[in-house]
Ligand binder design. Structure first.
Ligand SMILES: Cc1ncc(COP(=O)(O)O)c(C=O)c1O
Length: 451
């Protein structure tokens, strides 16, 4: 029997994912016709020339093909070889075998040590799940929390569409709360309260609040006071928290730093709030999106619920083992004094300085264009500028026209959500520095004509 569209589940049909939507499809078509396209639509660093870290790739090469160990003894630094050996011993059977469902214990212990070094707090390795990218972890937790069609999850607007798409797929309700564009995309308690009150008045059973920090698509970085406010809000209203922290290494603005929800949650002793924190190999310094490595860790989740999380994870057996090994390389970088350390530091600095420079060039350039205003990119990998549109035009029209005219592929703001009456687009800061300059000039010329 052939499958027909009208037989497919309505939740699947209703699911949308703008980052790979019709504008991107048109960009691929134009590229096939020979046009040069600058893909600014997706945070996929290596597709735009970011080099993988040598530390990661040496470890992964050895893990994939252990026969290289002896040959590598004269080529790779001994600490990379030792790390690869440790992973292989930890897996017991190598990368070609399933691991336990939570992921290789030895790697989960390394994640717990990483959190200890970052935050000075203890994490139970059995409350860490290694996942195929952060996406799968987010989906597991949303699946767990959405028990029925009236269940709502508070999601920032603008948001990363993984959240809207997955909530639709699991037949929950997205409860939007606005980020304050005029105040550097911070969260404000009155905005949270009004979003919650509206949802409750509509009969939604609000279960959790999701926060993305540093923010995609906003580029905002939350300070400790803002995070404390969210934890207290969750405490008062009986909500769980999903803390999407995949951009924790991507902080550029002087004076800003990444503060984890886990640290604040612990400091507040928020025992009545379940917290799920997500991290990934796809962003930060690694940019290893294709490895699909990630993890989530949870706190204050009762044992019987934890058993359900494990069961959900077991349905797909385990996360891919190459991704698990990449997580190990991420959370176990070479320490000072180790042979790989100098190159690691140099590569790290090169990547972060380039991103910081591009973030500055992009925002300064965009703000020089009449009809465009953009907040400083404090972190993550994106700008989300506000645009003035001619009457009758939408942000999707704008993004499509920009693509056709300049070859620059961005995502319309409506794909992420935006305050009513405003229009935006999202662009990444990932193209090489000379191309970023071209992007700004081309957007400027386009904007003048379009208006
Ligand atoms: C905020 C946010 N969360 C999660 C993800 C998914 O990352 P991963 O590749 O680890 O699944 C992304 C990817 O762009 C993201 O921007």
């Amino acid at each position: 029997m052939t499958v027909h569209l009208n037989e497919i589940g309505p939740a699947v049909l209703a699911t949308e994912y703008a980052v790979r939507g019709p504008i991107v499809a048109r960009a691929a078509e134009l590229e096939q016709q020979g046009r040069e396209i600058i893909f600014c639509n997706i945070g996929n660093p290596q597709s735009l020339g970011q080099k993988p870290l040598t530390w990661n790739r040496q470890i992964l090469a050895l893990c994939e093909y252990p026969e290289l160990m002896e040959l590598a003894a004269n080529v790779f630094p001994e600490d990379a070889i030792a790390a690869a050996r440790a992973i292989l011993e930890g897996t017991r059977y190598g990368l070609g075998a399933y691991s336990e469902s939570r992921g290789v214990r030895f790697i989960r212990e390394a994640v717990a040590s990483y959190i200890w070094e970052r935050d000075g707090i203890v994490t139970d390795p059995d409350a860490i799940m290694l996942t195929d990218g952060a996406s799968k972890g987010v989906q597991t937790v949303l699946r767990l929390l959405i028990a029925g069609p009236g269940d709502g999850i508070m999601v920032p607007i603008p948001q990363y569409p993984l959240y809207s798409a997955s909530i639709t797929l699991y037949r929950g309700k997205m409860v939007p709360y606005y980020l304050d564009e005029a105040n550097d995309w911070k969260l404000s308690r009155p905005m949270l309260e009004s979003a919650l009150a509206k949802a409750l008045a509509e009969g939604t059973r609000v279960k959790a609040i999701c926060v993305i920090n540093p923010g995609n698509p906003t580029g905002g970085v939350l300070d400790e006071a803002n995070i404390r406010m969210v934890v207290e809000f969750a405490q008062e209203h009986g909500l769980s928290i999903l803390a999407d922290e995949v951009y924790q290494e991507n902080v550029y603005r002087e004076g800003d730093s990444f503060v984890s929800f886990a640290k604040v949650h612990q400091a507040l002793d928020a025992k009545d709030v379940s917290l799920f924190s997500f991290h990934s190999c796809s962003k930060g310094l690694l940019g290893e999106c294709g490895m699909r490595g990630g993890y989530f860790e949870y706190r204050n989740v009762p044992e019987d619920v934890s058993a359900q999380i494990l069961k959900l994870q077991s349905v797909c057996l385990c996360a891919n083992l190459v991704g698990q090994a990449a997580v190990y390389a991420m959370v176990h970088p070479p320490k000072p004094g180790m042979p790989s350390h100098p190159l690691y530091i140099q590569e790290r600095r090169t990547i972060l300085e380039a991103l910081k420079l591009r973030a500055t060039l992009l925002v300064e350039g965009l703000n020089r264009i009449e009809g465009i205003t953009c907040n400083t990119i404090a972190g993550a990998m994106y700008a989300f500028p506000a645009i003035t549109l001619p009457p009758g035009r939408t942000d999707s029209d704008y993004a499509m026209a920009l693509l056709e005219e300049t070859g620059i592929c961005v995502v319309p703001g409506s794909g992420f959500g935006q305050a009513e009456g405003t229009a935006h687009f999202r662009t990444t800061i990932l193209p090489p520095t000379d191309k970023i300059q071209k992007v700004v000039e081309a957007i400027g010329a386009f904007q003048r004509n379009y208006r």
